[in-house]
Design a protein around this ligand. Structure first.
Ligand SMILES: Cc1cc2nc3c(=O)[nH]c(=O)nc-3n(C[C@H](O)[C@H](O)[C@H](O)COP(=O)(O)O)c2cc1C
Ligand code: SF4
Ligand code: SF4
Length: 283
């Protein structure tokens, strides 16, 4: 393998509202382009993604990257389930990364655990990049500009420094891919805190609020169903939530008519209490 012949592909998921992982992915690709070729594949909807993965010519690539946002201290569950569909990747090298509001938990460890079944050798990973966190849990948080609705410490991220780091990460990956003695990265953080345990796949369905449609407001525009990454909403003719999902609440956030109601009051209380406790523990 010559340096100029490294062929890389990065699969990534990134929400349409924030696009943090997308920005980091593009910088990693920029770094990788300095020594080879890098293709970007944006994962968007569960069924389509699986078809794409199953028909993908992995044999043409030397290095396979996967990037995600962190959801509830896990990879978004639909992506974790998609990883189960990756074919045998014996002899291939890979890398993992994520963006988070500041606490990625064991996200990369969980991804590696699934990918280990494919034989992909993970040679690097980064879970330190922060991304602007706009979860509805932060509805009562105020940032330095006096604006509400996101985790204050995540505002402005990923910043210039993080984007440069991502580019450098890409450059270093070229060297690591070319190194025949490169060892597997096995030191990903494996532990789950109490909230991570509570927010298991089953746990998030029970703990987070359900969706209520205000029919009088809904114009049947279909946007919610179109943007749901889980294909969890069908129109008949009004939207129906038909299965368990990521609880990303992008349908709720993006509805142009504000026709979807979710009551986050209990969850906001829980999070604010946690934040108060961790502030106290600092001193
Ligand atoms: C549903 C949801 C759950 C999240 N859970 C966490 C979390 O457990 N820990 C954390 O640090 N950030 C969390 N975040 C923040 C995102 O990981 C962060 O904003 C990320 O950069 C979003 O990436 P994206 O813009 O590429 O989608 C969560 C965000 C959402 C929407
Ligand atoms: S996005 Fe809102 S208005 Fe459009 S179909 Fe969905 S609920 Fe109705
Ligand atoms: S919260 Fe809404 S957009 Fe997100 S996965 Fe569930 S149904 Fe789909």
């Amino acid at each position: 393998m010559k340096e100029s012949s490294i062929n890389c592909v990065i699969f990534y998921f990134s929400q349409i509202v924030t696009g943090n992982t997308k920005r980091i992915t593009e910088q990693i690709a920029e770094g990788l382009w300095s020594g080879g070729h890098c293709e970007l594949i944006r994962l968007t909807k569960y069924q389509n993604d699986i078809k794409l993965i199953q028909g993908f010519p992995f044999e043409e690539y030397d290095l396979i990257g996967i990037g995600v946002p962190v959801y509830y201290f896990h990879p978004p569950y639909h992506i974790l389930f998609e990883l189960e569909h990756f074919p045998s990747l014996n002899g291939k090298k890979g890398f993992l990364f994520c963006t988070s509001g500041g606490n990625p938990g064991s996200t990369l460890y969980q991804m590696k655990k699934v990918l280990d079944k494919t034989g992909l050798k993970i040679i690097d990973g980064n879970d330190k990049w922060i991304g602007w966190d706009v979860h509805q849990l932060y509805a009562r948080q105020k940032n330095s500009n006096g604006l509400y609705g996101w985790l204050p410490s995540s505002y402005g991220h990923p910043n210039e420094h993080e984007l440069n780091q991502a580019k450098e990460f890409g450059r270093i990956l070229i060297k690591k891919t070319l190194d025949p003695k490169i060892s597997e990265k096995i030191d990903f953080w494996p532990h789950e805190n109490a909230s991570a345990k509570m927010w298991s796949w089953k746990g998030i369905q029970e703990w987070f609020p359900p969706f209520h449609l205000i029919k009088e407001k809904c114009t049947l525009c279909g946007l919610c169903a179109q943007i749901c990454p889980w294909d969890a909403i069908i129109l008949n003719p009004y939207p129906h939530w038909i299965k368990n999902c990521d609880r990303c609440y992008i349908c709720h956030l993006k509805c142009p008519e504000n026709a979807i109601k979710c009551d986050f009051s209990k969850q906001i209380e829980y999070l604010e209490n946690l934040m108060k406790k961790s502030e106290k523990n600092k001193y």
